[in-house]
Design a binder for this molecule. Structure first.
Ligand code: IYR
Length: 230
């Protein structure tokens, strides 16, 4: 039986969803395979300066922008920076904030928690990685007259989009790192962003330095991260 491909809901057009259902056997195989693949993702702090084509970055951003968002407002802007002078400015400003953080803002306990990861105030990857993607959240939209237009669940929406971006970067065979210099407002200034945008996350994107090393840490087992109510 064939179904109609278009209907109207509250006067708004709806199209038929293209199902992609798998057999139970295939479902398990695909889910396990995707888990194994994503379990290989690591946050990488040392990058090669090997270029990555702009078209790849465009595809990664298009992928992230498929994320679900409150009322489908897509309250995000992905700023992709390869300009060397701008990367240097971002590095200098980020390191100035990081120095302040490591020397006085962060508690001893926090720094102790970071010791196994080997982070410090120096962020050479901000110049070496061929691309920096700075994700901005739109706390509201701006109308033609500069009026505020509501967005909804902005942090949740942008967080989900960032997760999908990180997944897409891994899928491309590239590496990234979630860098959150704090405070981050220097990024809106350096990138000339409009008044409704706030920096959310900075992701360097590139190939890893070869060789590079990552902390030998394990992920929590399923029974520590999941509860089933059957
Ligand atoms: N933003 C700092 C500190 C930092 C904080 C956490 I929580 C990390 O998981 C890693 C680093 C930095 O980027 O070094």
């Amino acid at each position: 039986m064939s179904s109609t491909s278009h209907i109207s809901v509250n006067g708004h057009p709806h199209v038929i969803y293209q199902e992609n259902a798998l057999s139970q056997e295939e479902l398990l195989k695909q889910s396990e395979a995707f888990y194994s693949f994503l379990d290989q993702r690591r946050s990488v702090r040392e990058y090669a300066d090997t270029p990555v084509p702009k078209e790849v970055i465009e595809a990664l951003i298009k992928t992230a922008s498929t994320a679900p968002s409150g009322a489908h407002k897509q309250p995000w802007t992905f700023c992709a920076v390869s300009n060397p002078a701008l990367k240097t400015k971002i590095k200098e400003a980020a390191e100035a904030e990081e120095k302040e953080s490591y020397e006085s803002r962060m508690s001893d306990r926090w720094k102790k928690d970071l010791e196994p990861l080997g982070t410090d105030m120096h962020k050479p990857f901000l110049e070496i990685a061929p691309w920096l993607i700075i994700v901005f959240k739109k706390v509201h939209d701006l109308g033609d007259e500069g009026e505020k237009i509501n967005n909804y669940y902005v942090n949740e929406s942008v967080g989900i989009a960032c997760g999908m971006l990180i997944t897409a970067i891994h899928n491309a065979g590239l590496v990234t790192l979630t860098h959150t210099p704090s405070p981050m407002n220097f990024l809106a200034k350096l990138l000339n962003r409009p008044s409704n945008e706030r920096a959310f996350l900075l992701l360097p994107v590139g190939y890893p330095k070869s060789p590079t090393y990552v902390p030998d840490i394990a992920r929590k087992p399923l029974d520590e991260v999941a509860e089933f109510y059957e």
